[in-house]
Design a protein around this ligand. Structure first.
Ligand code: GAL
Length: 668
C-alpha cells in the first residue's frame, strides 16, 4: 500500500532531487567527478543498476558485483542515497540465445529479436525464473546496505512488451480467463460469441486476439488488455515479494502516466506500490504539451490517493524518441518542474545523470550534458537544485481540489476498440479537453477512478466514459443527488464491463440520471464542425437524442443532429446532472464548466488569466500558492505572504514575469 510515510522519509530533508545514474557506461575515473558534481548540485537520490543485468550476470551462472559494490560505496560515502534497480529491465544477450522462446511475439506472429531492451514475454516462466534469481542475488548482497533508500523494480514495466501473443502468453491468457469466468459458457456469454460463429466448446480453442482477417471480438480484446496489464503487474509482484522477504526498504516501480502509453491499468497497480512514482516527459507531438503535463501530474496524484508522489524520471531538455526533439525554451525546465511540485510531487528525478556518449540514447539530454559543466545547461541544473531546496516547506502538503474528473484505462481500451463509431473520438483527447476546461475555469482537479468516493467534490466531470460498471455509475448518480453538479459527455455509459451495449437508448447507464435518450450516434468527420444555438462550435460528435426528463440548455442548429439537444440539464436531488453531446470549442467548454462550478457554489481557486497556472498545496505547516506563468506577459495574482524563492514579502499582488514561476507561502 502506498504509505505517505515512505516518501516523507525520502523527502525528510526537502524535495528529493535525483536522477538515473548509469556508471557502467563510464570509466571509473569519471565516477569521482560524478559524485562530486552530484553533491554540488544537491542530487541526493540516484537510481542505479536499472539496466545492470549483463554486468552483474555476464554469463549463465556467473556473477560479478565488483563494480556495483564500488559504486554503491562511493555514493554512500558522499551521502547520496540509492534507488536500487533490481536489474531485470533488459535481459542480457546470452539469455535469449539459450532461451529464444522468451522473446515476445507480435499480434502478427512475428517474434522480436534482441538488440533493444525489454525483449521478453511477460508471461514467460523461463524469463520469470531467471529474473527471480537476479533479484534474489541483488537483495542478498545489498538488502541491508544503509545506502539503499528505495527499491526500483525493473523499469517502466510494459513500456515495449505490454502485449505479447506467443504460445506462453496464450497459455497464461487461458488460465487468467478460467479464473475469471470458471466455465466456458460464461466466457461465451461475456464475449458474445454467438456473433460470427465464434462459440468456444473448449478452453483449448481460446487464443489471444492475434491478427485476424477482419475485425476481432471486442470482448476478447478488452479481456486481453486486462490480462496483459495483470501479467505486467504479476512481474512487479514477483519481484516485490522477493525484496520484501528480506528488506524493509520501500518498493516501487516507475509508472508511465503519459499520453502515448495506455496498456497498463494503474488503478489496479497503485495499491501495491509503497511509493507512487511516475515518469513524465513533455510530449511535443501534442497540441498542448504542458496541459498534458498538468493532467498527468493530477492523475499521478490520483493514483497516490491525494498524497505526495515521486517524479522518477523527466528530462532537463530534449528527449530523443520523438520525431523532432525540441530543446526546452527559456525557463521551461523550471516551469515544468514547478508544475509537478505544485500538483503534488515531493521528489523530482531525471533521466539521466550524465549524457551517454554511446548507445541509443546518446542524444537524450541529461543533468551533465556532453559539453560538460562550463555550460548554461549545468547552471540551470544548479539553479534547479537551489529552487528545490527553497521549496522544502511544501513537503508533505496536499493539493486542494474542488472538482473531480473520472478517468479509466479500461474504458479507454473499450472506447478505442476496433469497429467503433468514429476514429476521431480519441478518449485521451476528450479527457484532456475536459481537464483544460476545468483549468481554464480556474479550478484545480483531482483525477479519480470510477467508483471512487466523490463526496469531496462539488463538481464532477465524466468525459467519454464509454465503459462503466453499474456500481460506479451509481456513485456518480448519488453524488448528483447529494448536491454536486455532474457533467457527463458523449459516448459515456454505453457499454457494461463485458463491452456489451446497454440497450434501450444511449447513454445507457446514465440515461435515467440525465433524463435523455439517444437513438443514433452521428459523429463528425475530422475538420467538420456544427453550430450550437449558444454560438458554441461543436466537433467530433453529435447524436440524435431527445430530452425525456431534462431541460434543453443548448441545441444543434446544423449538422446531422440539427434541432436536437446538444446540452441538457436535469435537477437531481439537491444537485444537477448535465449531458453534453458534442465537443465544444475550448472557450465554450470553459464557460460551461464555470457555469456548473457557480451552480455548485464553487469559487475558482485562481483568477482566470489565460496561460497562467495557479495551484495551492496545503498542510498543517501552511498554505502554498504556486503560480506558473506560461504566457508572454507579466501578470499579477492576488497573494499575501512570503515568496519562498526570494524570501521577500508579498503584499496583495504577486507580480509574475513572463515565463516565470512564484511560490508563495500564504499568510492566512
Ligand atoms: C524512459 C526510460 C528510461 C529512458 C527514458 C528516455 O522511458 O525509463 O530508461 O529510456 O525513457 O526518455
Amino acid at each position: 500500500m502506498p504509505d505517505a510515510a515512505h516518501l516523507a522519509t525520502l523527502a525528510a530533508d526537502g524535495i528529493v532531487f535525483g536522477s538515473d545514474y548509469n556508471p557502467e557506461q563510464w570509466d571509473r575515473s569519471v565516477w569521482e567527478e560524478d559524485v562530486r558534481l552530484m553533491n554540488e548540485a544537491g542530487v541526493s537520490l540516484v537510481a542505479i543498476n536499472v539496466f545492470g543485468w549483463s554486468d552483474i550476470n555476464p554469463a549463465p551462472g556467473e556473477w560479478d558485483f565488483t563494480a556495483l559494490d564500488e559504486i554503491i560505496e562511493l555514493l554512500h560515502a558522499h551521502g547520496i542515497r540509492v534507488n536500487l534497480g533490481t536489474g531485470t529491465a533488459s535481459p542480457p544477450p546470452w539469455l535469449s540465445r539459450i532461451h529464444p522462446e522468451i522473446l515476445p511475439v507480435s499480434e502478427d506472429g512475428v517474434r522480436a529479436w534482441p538488440g533493444g531492451r525489454q525483449a521478453y514475454c511477460p508471461s514467460s516462466p523461463v524469463f520469470r525464473s531467471y529474473a527471480a534469481e537476479v533479484v534474489a542475488r541483488v537483495i542478498e548482497r545489498y538488502g541491508s546496505h544503509p545506502a539503499v533508500a528505495l527499491w526500483h523494480v525493473s523499469n517502466e514495466l510494459g513500456c515495449h512488451n505490454a502485449l505479447c501473443y506467443c504460445d506462453a502468453s496464450a497459455d497464461a491468457f487461458r488460465g487468467w480467463l478460467q479464473r475469471r469466468y470458471e466455465t466456458i459458457e460464461a466466457l461465451n456469454d461475456a464475449w458474445g460469441t454467438a456473433f460470427w460463429s465464434q462459440r468456444y466448446g473448449t478452453w483449448d480453442d481460446v487464443m489471444p486476439p492475434r491478427r485476424a482477417l477482419s475485425l476481432r471480438n471486442p470482448g476478447q480484446m478488452l479481456d486481453f488488455h486486462r490480462f496483459s496489464s495483470d501479467e505486467q503487474l504479476g512481474l512487479y509482484r514477483a519481484e516485490a515479494a522477493i525484496i520484501r522477504a528480506s528488506s524493509a526498504v520501500p518498493v516501487t516501480t516507475n509508472f508511465m502516466v503519459t499520453a502515448h502509453i495506455r496498456n497498463l491499468d494503474y488503478w489496479t497497480w497503485a495499491g501495491e506500490m509503497d511509493v507512487i512514482a511516475n515518469d513524465h516527459y513533455l510530449d511535443n507531438r501534442l497540441p498542448l504539451p504542458r496541459a498534458e503535463l498538468s493532467f498527468a501530474a493530477d492523475l499521478t496524484r490520483g493514483l497516490a490517493q491525494g498524497a505526495p508522489w515521486l517524479l522518477m524520471e523527466t528530462s532537463t531538455g530534449a528527449v530523443n524518441w520523438q520525431p523532432y526533439n525540441l530543446a526546452k525554451s527559456d525557463g521551461e525546465l523550471l516551469r515544468n518542474v514547478v508544475t509537478h511540485v505544485a500538483r503534488g510531487a515531493d521528489g523530482i528525478c531525471f533521466f539521466q545523470w550524465r549524457a551517454s556518449a554511446q548507445g541509443a540514447e546518446k542524444y537524450h539530454s541529461a543533468l551533465v550534458p556532453h559539453a560538460g559543466t562550463e555550460t548554461a545547461a549545468w547552471q540551470r541544473v544548479l539553479e534547479l537544485g537551489r529552487t528545490l531546496r527553497a521549496l522544502a516547506p511544501v513537503v508533505g502538503t496536499r493539493v486542494r481540489a474542488q472538482a473531480a474528473l473520472l478517468f479509466s484505462w479500461e474504458s479507454w481500451w473499450a472506447a478505442e476498440g476496433e469497429g467503433r463509431p468514429s476514429e476521431a473520438l480519441a478518449y485521451l483527447e476528450q479527457v484532456h479537453a475536459a481537464h483544460a476546461a476545468l483549468t481554464a475555469a480556474g479550478l484545480t482537479v483531482d483525477v479519480v477512478r470510477p467508483g471512487a468516493s466523490l463526496d469531496a467534490y462539488g463538481l464532477v466531470v465524466v468525459p467519454a466514459l464509454h465503459l462503466v460498471r453499474d456500481a460506479d455509475a451509481a456513485v456518480i448518480a448519488d453524488r448528483a443527488a447529494s448536491g454536486a453538479a455532474v457533467l457527463i459527455t458523449f459516448f459515456s455509459g454505453t457499454v457494461d464491463e463485458r463491452d456489451a451495449v446497454r440497450l434501450g437508448g444511449y447513454p445507457g447507464a446514465f440515461r435515467d440520471l440525465l433524463g435523455v435518450t439517444a437513438e443514433e450516434f452521428a459523429p463528425l468527420e475530422p475538420g467538420h464542425t456544427v453550430r450550437l444555438g449558444s454560438g458554441a462550435v461543436g466537433s467530433v460528435w453529435t447524436e440524435r437524442m431527445r430530452a425525456t426528463d431534462a431541460e434543453v440548455v443548448d441545441a444543434f442548429v446544423d449538422g446531422p443532429a440539427s434541432g436536437m439537444p446538444a446540452l441538457t440539464r436535469r435537477t437531481v436531488g439537491t444537485g444537477s446532472a448535465w449531458y453534453l453531446a458534442t465537443q465544444p470549442d475550448a472557450a465554450a467548454y470553459a464557460e460551461l464548466v464555470s457555469r456548473l462550478a457557480a451552480e455548485a457554489g464553487l469559487e475558482p481557486d485562481a483568477s482566470r488569466i489565460p496561460g497562467v497556472e495557479v495551484v495551492r498545496r496545503q498542510g498543517e505547516q501552511g498554505s502554498y500558492l504556486f503560480v506558473i506563468n506560461h504566457s508572454e506577459n507579466e501578470v499579477a495574482v492576488d497573494a499575501r505572504g512570503r515568496d519562498l524563492l526570494t524570501d521577500q514579502p508579498v503584499d496583495g499582488a504577486a507580480v509574475v514575469a513572463a515565463g516565470a514561476v512564484r511560490i508563495i507561502e500564504e499568510s492566512l
